[in-house]
Design a protein around this ligand. Structure first.
Ligand SMILES: Nc1ncnc2c1ncn2[C@@H]1O[C@H](COP(=O)(O)OP(=O)(O)O)[C@@H](O)[C@H]1O
Ligand SMILES: [Mg+2]
Length: 317
């Protein structure tokens, strides 16, 4: 079950070489820079995450990478080639999972794959085998002849990923592949993505789920208002920017007992109705909260905390 097509190539020669090189990338809409000077190198074989709130410029950046949105300034090289000149050639070696499903609702699951394959000039018995393997990978064997409107959201996303793999891409770009999926469907997709990474495929994903980026990505860039505000491995980013422990509690009840949070032996942020207390020494803070009878929870710091620290606002705003 869920094997990759056997002919899916290992690409050891691309490992380590830059799969994507972006320099000074900018896009301006209505006088507002929505991508505002991005520099980024992504290595072959890397699983890279672009993390940011809605409107941060993620989709615009990806569309410029794909040659679908014209670049205002800066340069983009994908698989070693400049996108402005070689867009078509590059897209033949890419797989794309767009933010919104673009499956053809007039066709069945299998017909969607066949139609997409025809854009790459694929046909014959090799293609038949590949479609069998991709349906197996996507766990959609039993839905081969189903129409698109009978599929769940998770099935549609899996089919879109299967479709993106039809040309055995070196690089797969996924724009919010798991937004709106339930946890089970999300985990299923994660498994498929990890498998691709094991095969040496370069993956670039956007998400606004911190735990997704932390779980999957070798490196992430946090992007806010068109700029990269931090870029590193998730763990390195957490260690570099925030205290390791976070205690959260209801702001209103906290205020009844603690008039001035500056007296706490820790850093405090108030977000919505919650106090987030950041500390290297949770026992000390918890002792104080417990003596005041305040209910609270303790967790390890994550990427959202990094984002909050660096921007002062919530990632999901
Ligand atoms: N074609 C367009 N014309 C005008 N504004 C756009 C266009 N596409 C995106 N924008 C604006 O650019 C900003 C970034 O959008 P987008 O790249 O879709 O962000 P994200 O994918 O991070 O949610 C948003 O403010 C959006 O409204
Ligand atoms: Mg988007």
């Amino acid at each position: 079950m869920n094997r990759l097509p056997p002919e899916t190539p290992m690409r050891p020669h691309t490992h380590g070489d830059p799969a994507i090189e972006i320099r000074g990338l900018r896009k301006i809409y209505d006088g507002i820079p929505v991508v505002d000077g991005i520099d980024l190198s992504i290595s072959g074989g890397e699983f890279f995450g672009l993390l940011g709130p809605n409107g941060a410029g993620k989709t615009t950046a990806l569309r410029m990478l794909l040659g679908l949105t014209p670049i205002d300034s800066g340069s983009v090289r994908v698989l070693g080639l400049p996108i402005e000149v070689h867009g078509r050639e590059i897209r033949e070696r890419l797989g794309v999972v767009p933010q919104f499903d673009t499956l053809d609702i007039d066709f069945t699951v299998e017909e969607n794959l066949l139609t997409y394959a025809s854009y790459f000039g694929l046909s014959g018995s090799g293609l038949k085998q590949r479609i069998d393997d991709l349906l197996d990978l996507a766990n959609l064997e039993s839905r081969r002849h189903a129409t698109i409107d009978t599929l769940s959201g998770g099935m549609k996303r899996r089919l879109t990923l299967a479709r993106a793999l039809i040309n055995q891409p070196d690089l797969v770009i996924l724009d919010e592949p798991t937004t709106g999926l339930d946890p089970q469907a999300r985990h299923h997709l994660w498994r498929q993505l990890r498998r691709l990474r094991e095969r040496g495929v370069t993956l670039v994903l956007t998400t606004h789920y911190m735990e997704e980026a932390q779980e999957l990505c070798d490196r992430v860039a946090i992007i806010d208002a068109g700029r990269i505000i931090a870029c590193d491995s998730p763990q390195a980013m957490i260690v570099a920017h925030v205290e390791p422990w976070v205690i959260s509690l209801n702001a209103a009840s906290a205020r009844q007992f603690i008039a001035d949070p500056a007296t706490l032996p820790a850093r405090m942020l108030e977000i919505a109705d919650t106090w987030l207390i950041y500390t290297r020494n949770p026992a000390e803070v918890r002792a104080e909260l417990e003596s005041a009878g305040l209910a609270h929870t303790l967790r390890a710091a994550n990427l959202e905390d990094v984002f909050l620290k660096l921007t002062g606002h919530d990632l999901r705003e």
